[in-house]
Write a protein that binds this ligand. Structure first.
Ligand code: FES
Length: 76
């Protein structure tokens, strides 16, 4: 069974991040990332592109199951 969350109605995933731009792109130098980082994939984070936990409320409200992309540096 496939559960589908509520849709905004316009088909857009991005509801609020940098809507004045034609395309939202963020770039980081790998060397500048710390040992751990979580990047938002739900587009609801107030600290986008980093995850702030907003996906929890989104999932509860919609029945969705999205979560962050978590990066961690291997210890040497
Ligand atoms: Fe978007 Fe966590 S806030 S994935």
């Amino acid at each position: 069974q496939i559960r589908r969350g509520k849709c905004s109605g316009n088909g857009q995933v991005n509801q609020s991040v940098e809507k004045d731009k034609a395309k939202v792109v963020h770039a980081f130098d790998i060397e500048d990332l710390g040992d751990k980082e979580a990047f938002c994939r739900c587009w609801r984070s107030k600290t986008f592109p980093k995850c702030d936990g907003s996906h929890v409320g989104h999932n509860k409200a919609t029945g969705d199951n999205v979560g962050p992309l978590c990066l961690s540096r291997k210890s040497a």
